[in-house]
Design a protein around this ligand. Structure first.
Ligand SMILES: O=C(CO)[C@H](O)[C@H](O)COP(=O)(O)O
Ligand SMILES: [Fe+2]
Length: 215
């Protein structure tokens, strides 16, 4: 079963509590944390996550696009994250960071920029709950899906099958109705979409269409 994770980045920031109500048929709420350093944009921090925690029952999927993620794990766990995903490019101590995320009570994810090889995560794959493949360069919503990423998803899927464990593959960036089937067929388990869902007339119906593409 495919999971749908709308990205709050594309919602109306002046009415966050109402916006999350429009997507209550989704599985997860994707929360993009940007620090203006690891990526050239700034979003929000743990205060917004904890303010939203009692507004929805969705699983909170926190995507840290920040430098020094090791300094912020407990804060994002306490704010209400269920998954915490850091970028492999942002740390020299990925294995330790995964253990810290799990000790904080969350599931652990790692994300790869489009130009980062899957080799970088080969040795930590058995410890992960999720791999988040970026299909655009991180920092902004509304960008175009990078076509080479489909092959990368398929290769990661084979690596996971060889390991015989249940690491989820999440794909993030530029996913719309016209390419979601391609992403799912390559092996994605979690579809993250911002502008396609929150930018549509009816986010609830759009989630249904995304889900139907995976059936
Ligand atoms: O991490 C992200 C950007 O860095 C976002 O989650 C992603 O871009 C979703 O937006 P869209 O679906 O509009 O591309
Ligand atoms: Fe994201």
């Amino acid at each position: 079963m495919i999971k749908i994770a709308p990205s709050l980045l594309a919602s109306d920031f002046t009415r966050l509590a109402e916006e999350v109500k429009t997507i209550d048929n989704a599985d997860m709420l994707h929360l993009d944390i940007m620090d203006g350093h690891f990526v050239p944009n700034l979003t929000f921090g743990p205060g917004i996550i904890s303010a939203l925690r009692d507004k929805t029952d969705l699983v909170f999927d926190t995507h840290l696009m920040i430098s020094n993620p090791e300094d912020y794990i407990e804060e994002y766990a306490e704010a209400g994250s269920d998954y915490i995903t850091f970028h492999i490019e942002a740390t020299n101590h990925s294995h330790r960071l995964i253990q810290r995320i799990k000790e904080s009570g969350c599931k652990a994810g790692v994300s790869l920029n489009p130009g980062t090889s899957l080799k970088e995560i080969e040795l930590i794959l058995p410890d992960l709950d999720m791999v988040l493949i970026m299909s655009v360069n991180p920092g902004f919503g509304g960008q175009k899906y990078i076509p080479q990423i489909t092959e990368k998803i398929a290769r990661l899927n084979s690596m996971i099958e060889e390991l015989n464990n249940d690491v989820a593959i999440a794909v993030d960036g530029g996913i719309k109705l016209h390419n979601v089937s391609e992403v799912i067929e390559a092996g994605a388990d979690i579809i993250i979409a911002g502008s396609a869902i929150f930018g549509s007339e009816n986010p609830y119906e759009m989630i249904k269409k995304f889900r139907a593409a995976g059936e």
